[in-house]
Ligand binder design. Structure first.
Ligand SMILES: [Fe+2]
Length: 174
């Protein structure tokens, strides 16, 4: 198929997303404790790699994964749990589904769009909603506490000139 330069560029960026997400899902699978969830993540990782290969048939080029995004989501998963990282991935990224849906006359991309929809549903059912809500409020709570404390400390620093007194007042706030 003859694709114009703009379309090729877009397919290359799809490829980058697919290979990046494939690696992220594999890494998440490696730290997932529940064996069913681990299988789901491994299966999605495999399919994302296959999507990469489908796109590669059009572009005839390889693309490197986004290493920063990989370490970001891996780190988030280690810190706050896998479901938290998945939720952020889902909300923060422009959906692959929408990207592929722009090409209804290329059957391969229609299939990719369908797969992405299936992935999304699998991930949603994998996420334990209760735990997520809990995690969200923990993160928000931590943020609030930190802002309050640093704000208080800054206030005391301005009001007081004795450093021993600032340290003492700070420790009372904690
Ligand atoms: Fe994909």
């Amino acid at each position: 198929m003859n694709l114009n330069k703009h379309v090729i560029e877009e397919f290359l960026s799809f490829q980058k997303n697919e290979i990046t997400e494939s690696i992220v899902y594999n890494k998440l699978a490696a730290i997932e404790k529940d064996s069913n969830n681990r299988k789901v993540l491994q299966q999605i990782a495999l399919e994302e790699k296959q999507h990469y290969d489908v796109l590669r048939q059009f572009t005839e080029r390889d693309v490197t994964p986004d290493k920063r995004r990989i370490s970001k989501f891996y780190w988030l998963a280690r810190m706050f749990g896998i479901t938290f990282a998945i939720k952020l991935m889902e909300t923060g990224e422009i959906s692959s589904y929408k990207g592929y849906a722009q090409y209804p006359d290329i059957p391969e991309l229609v299939r990719l769009a369908h797969d992405e929809e299936t992935h999304e549903n699998k991930l949603i059912s994998l996420i334990n909603e209760e735990r997520l809500e809990y995690m969200d409020s923990v993160v928000l709570g931590l943020n609030d506490a930190l802002v309050e404390f640093t704000g208080a400390l800054a206030g005391f620093t301005l009001a007081l000139s004795d450093s021993k007194l600032i340290a003492l007042t700070g420790s009372i706030t904690v």
